[in-house]
Design a protein. Structure first.
Length: 111
């Protein structure tokens, strides 16, 4: 099986490859909240203005974790690639955000 990391795209295919099998939607879901201490630190950063690095780092890590879970899900189906990959986020409770990475798991091979 091909390592999926280079074979994930927001496009509907890969140049020079054809899709030979589709497995359907795969996803990785992570729910996160910032700790009380982190919220205090972020609140202090808002006083200065600009990028709130504590929240940026949390968002980036959460997206990365959701992405990795999506890749694991695709590997479990037997896919070697993911097309039409997207992210979405929803606040599921006060201070708790769900991030989902999703796409279509496929098997590709060179044309």
């Amino acid at each position: 099986m091909i390592d999926l990391h280079p074979w994930v795209t927001t496009a509907n295919g890969f140049d020079g490859y054809k899709i030979v099998r589709g497995y359907g939607v795969v996803r990785g879901i992570v729910c996160r909240s910032r700790s009380v201490i982190g919220n205090i630190g972020a609140s202090l950063q808002t006083i200065v203005g600009g990028n709130i690095t504590l929240y940026t780092e949390l968002a980036e890590q959460t997206r990365r974790d959701a992405y990795e879970l999506m890749i694991q899900h695709a590997a479990q189906t037997g896919a070697n690639a993911i097309i039409a990959m997207r992210y979405d986020a929803t606040e599921v409770a006060q201070g708790v955000t769900e991030v989902i990475a999703y796409g279509t798991a496929v098997t590709i091979e060179p044309v």
